[in-house]
Design a protein around this ligand. Structure first.
Ligand code: ADP
Length: 403
């Protein structure tokens, strides 16, 4: 079976077509500037056909899906001979609220529930729905599955997801911790459990998804007990441009002193904070690591500080989740930064010395592949596990459709 994976944003739509017999990507691409022009980059992977990379009119997500299907099935750039070879579509959906603890076959009730959760994911859920509705109209009869970023974290106990604010806000508006990157935490924790011997029972794993957006999860017996992101992805670790957790009183203070509206302060916290805000260099850790080492760069000290704040907070969350889990058997590094930055991994684990955790510095120099980098005599295993959210979405989609 071929499964099409869709990740729809408000003006973009990323896709991958998986051949589920081999679990290989047959083609992938991205539509950009939907509604404000249009651009499609389509890359056939499974055969030697050329890349399509051009501006084309994409007034809505429907035209985007139609253009994607055209490329996937056409003679010049195609990887399948007709639409009938695409057996199912899997959609990445940001916010499942309390409605979804696992992936589901999309029907009218599911669409209504995703709509009901728009207040919790006001930017993403409407865009995800546009992708779903476009596929429903362009590929009638093809089953569609929704895979939620929040689902894996629904096993968190009440004490971990409840905020200490008036309880009525939870009762009236579902204000609570949900957590994100769930598909990634689920995948890498399952891979870690395989490396620990395969039985989920009794395992305590801390998964560090460190990329542009970053979150950490505490996973016991294969189930999430706590995670660093909150009702929205703004909570937790400092990130590329997001502040992570701060004293909420700062919001009013900055609004008053800078003459900003509430929306403008949130824009600062989402887009101008994190390691970008501290360093003034970039939101990209590669740029910050380079600036930190370049003594001639006037922002070098701030770049070092940004890295220090980030690494300190990663270690602090790991330490707190050791308490949550009553110990730790494995710590996993994943996503762009976690998989690729040896400096980051070394700096984080060096802060865990008090827990008896260490890494093998030579093995740690490897980038972007699955590896056990545990140090001699370490009290817990340390793994690099490349995440693959798209493959998880494709596997869920296939198994739900075939059930
Ligand atoms: P997203 O959250 O957008 O999916 P990724 O998981 O792709 O992000 O991570 C992107 C981040 O990974 C980049 O901002 C970059 O800082 C970091 N990164 C990628 N490669 C390296 C590297 N070799 N060294 C340090 N950081 C890296």
């Amino acid at each position: 079976m071929n499964v099409l994976i869709i990740n729809a944003g408000s003006s973009s739509l990323k896709y991958q077509l998986f051949d589920m017999n081999t679990e290989e990507v047959a083609a992938k691409g991205v539509c950009e500037r939907i509604g404000i022009g249009g651009h499609l980059k389509h890359t056939p992977v499974s055969n030697g056909k050329p890349v399509f990379d051009e501006d084309i009119p994409l007034p809505t997500h429907s035209e985007a899906i139609s253009a994607v299907l055209d490329k996937l099935t056409g003679a010049e750039y195609g990887v399948v001979s007709s639409l009938s070879e695409i057996g199912a579509v899997g959609h990445r959906v940001l916010h499942g609220g309390q409605s979804f603890s696992e992936s589901v076959l999309i029907d009218d009730d599911v669409i209504r529930a995703i709509e009901d959760n728009i207040p919790l994911g006001p930017l993403h859920n409407p865009a995800n729905l546009m992708g779903i509705n476009a596929c429903r109209s362009e590929m009638p009869g093809v089953p569609q599955v929704a895979v939620f970023d929040t689902a894996f974290h629904q096993t968190m106990p009440e004490k971990a997801y409840t905020y200490a604010i008036p309880y009525s806000y939870y009762e009236k508006y579902n204000v609570r911790r949900y957590g994100f990157h769930g598909t990634s935490h689920r995948y890498v924790s399952a891979e870690a459990i395989k490396m620990l011997g395969g039985r989920a029972e009794g395992t305590r794993v801390i998964t560090c998804h460190l990329g542009n957006g970053s979150s950490i999860a505490a996973v016991k017996d294969g189930k999430c007990l706590d995670t660093s992101m909150g009702m929205t992805p703004l909570e937790g670790l400092p990130m590329g441009t997001r502040s992570g957790s701060i004293d909420p009183a700062i919001i009013e203070f900055v609004a008053n002193h800078e003459g900003l509206t509430r929306e403008e302060v949130f824009d600062v916290l989402n887009k101008k904070s994190g390691v970008l805000g501290i360093s003034g260099v970039s939101s990209d850790f590669r740029d910050i690591e380079a600036a930190a080492e370049d003594g001639g760069n006037p922002l070098s000290r701030r770049a070092r500080l940004a890295l220090d704040v980030f690494r300190y907070n990663v270690a602090k969350y790991i330490g707190s989740y050791v308490v949550t889990l009553g110990g730790v058997d494995a710590i996993v590094f994943t996503a762009g930064l976690g998989e690729n930055s040896a400096d980051l991994r070394e700096a984080v684990v060096s802060r865990l010395g008090g827990l008896g955790v260490s890494i093998d510095k030579e093995k740690n120099k490897t980038r972007g592949k699955l590896l056990d980098i545990t140090g001699e005599g370490s009290s817990a295993r340390v793994f690099i596990i490349p995440t693959n959210e798209e493959l998880v979405i494709a596997r869920d989609t296939k198994s739900i459709v075939e059930a």
